[in-house]
Design a protein around this ligand. Structure first.
Ligand code: PNS
Length: 167
């Protein structure tokens, strides 16, 4: 394809963003002209951080990359892709266990809209990192230094100290 920009989306809940997410976003930004990091907003799911907080954390963490912008989406990811003229959905795969569900979603998404899914292997140093585990470790007082940006770790510890109420 030539003559126009190639735009990819890195979708997720990002509750909160981890260094594993940032690794995928940075590598996607080297492959595509523009990367949209899309924060899924699902009112029926309770999150530790609000959509605005997740968006702010991503905006700060992705500031070094000029061709990365952050947005939110509700509803179907494919509708967001069509509206934003996105060519590819980039998903990180940590392990084979991620593959089954991600393959199913990729096939459903390509059934719904003309959008490709590109799987990117997670760098080995982040293969065990997941937002859910980071939150669990931090909830029980474990040290998550080095797994998330330092300012995210501080916000996480502060939120949990407030009682970790979901929003
Ligand atoms: O970080 P997560 O929770 O693994 O992200 C999952 C996300 C938000 C990428 C996925 O749930 C999604 O695409 N949700 C949007 C709703 C949608 O399009 N569902 C159909 C998927 S085939």
């Amino acid at each position: 394809m030539t003559g126009r920009l190639h735009r990819a989306v890195c979708p997720g809940s990002f509750d909160p963003v981890t260094n594993g997410h940032l690794d995928i976003i940075e590598r996607a930004a080297r492959l595509f002209d523009e990367v949209v990091v899309a924060v899924g907003v699902n009112a029926s799911k309770s999150r530790l951080f609000s959509a605005d907080e997740r968006l702010e954390m991503l905006t700060r963490a992705c500031a070094p990359w000029e061709n990365v912008r952050i947005d939110t989406f509700t509803g179907l990811l494919t509708e967001f892709c069509v509206e934003q003229e996105i060519d590819a959905i980039v998903k990180g795969l940590r392990a084979v266990s991620d593959f089954d569900y991600e393959l199913q979603m990729a096939q459903m998404n390509s059934h719904l809209a003309p959008v490709e899914t590109v799987f990117m292997p997670t760098s080995p140093e982040w293969s065990f990192v997941a937002s859910s585990l980071v939150k669990e470790v931090a909830t029980f007082g474990g040290d998550v230094t080095g797994l998330v940006p330092e300012f995210v770790r501080e916000q996480l510890v502060a939120r949990l100290a407030e009682g970790g109420e979901t929003r």
